[in-house]
Structure formats: structure tokens, C-alpha cells
Design a binder for this molecule. Sequence first.
Ligand SMILES: [Zn+2]
Length: 179
Amino acid sequence: MENCKCNCGKPVNGNDFLPGHDQRLRVQLENEVGGLLALRDIVHAAKKYSGGEMGAEQFENLVRRIFSIVIGHPEGKKIPGGLDPSIELRLSKDNIRGKYLTIPRKYLNLFPPKTPSKKHEPKLFIIDSDGKSYKTHIEGGNRMPRIVEFFDKNKQLKEGDKVYIDIIAPMERYRLRTK
Ligand SMILES: [Zn+2]
């Protein structure tokens, strides 16, 4: 006899699920991917990829990004919107002194590839803050440079303070804020 497909281990009689246990599987899948909206995004992307409307690289980036968010936040299911999460960064002494941000490795795939590299042309993106747009990139040491003015405008920032990056348009546009 087969077992219920929700992994509860109970036998079923010719059905996929015990009554109501299809909902258990649904919740499990949502939690694995970080919520219903993330699940929706993955399904839509898979459909587009399958239909040739989305390239392999774009699809891969999206899948990795969604799962990196779940991994980065054990409570990923609480992230609203699925596709427009925020990244929290803690400033180091070097960040303050050098006026750049350091992107933790686990978040790197949320940004265009580091530059320069042999494989990629410089991949610039925009980050907005307080009405100003900065054109920047990720470089060696996982640094995000070219945001000197952000630090000049926020002189209160000190080591250990947090700043936040919102993803407005993946790989293209982000927002930087202090709260
Ligand atoms: Zn079950």
C-alpha cells in the first residue's frame, strides 16, 4: 500500500493524500521556497523558461536568488513579496573609513557579477538613496564602491550600524537606506 504524499508516513487507499493532507504538502512547499509569493515566482519563471521566454541564466539567477533568501533568512516565509526582499548589512570600521559597503557572500548572487572579471563586462547597476542615484558595481573583496556621497550625507553612521538594501529591479536597480 502506498503512503500519503505529504510524508506523514500513513497509508492511503489508492489516493495521493489522506483527507486534508494535500494542504500539509502545500504548506511544506511554501516554506521550502520562502512563501506563497516566492512559489508563484518560481512557477511563473519555470513556465517562461520552458516556453523560451526566459533564458537559462536569468532563470538560474532567479532560482538561486529565491533560495538564497530562504537560506539567508531562516524565517524566509515572513519576507513579504518574495521577490523584493531587503538585505541588512552591518557596517564595519573599514566601510565607514573607506565609504563603501561590503556585500556578504551569501547575498552576492542578488547582484550582477563582480567586476572586473574575464568572463563579464563591467556590470553596473543603480542604487538610489535620498533622491540621489549612484551607478556602481560589486568588485573584489565584495565591495560596493562609488557611494561616497551616501556616507557624506549620513555622517551619523558608525561601526556596527545597520543599513538596508531593497531590491527594486533585480540586477538593475536597488535602494539603500539607513532605516
Ligand atoms: Zn499525510
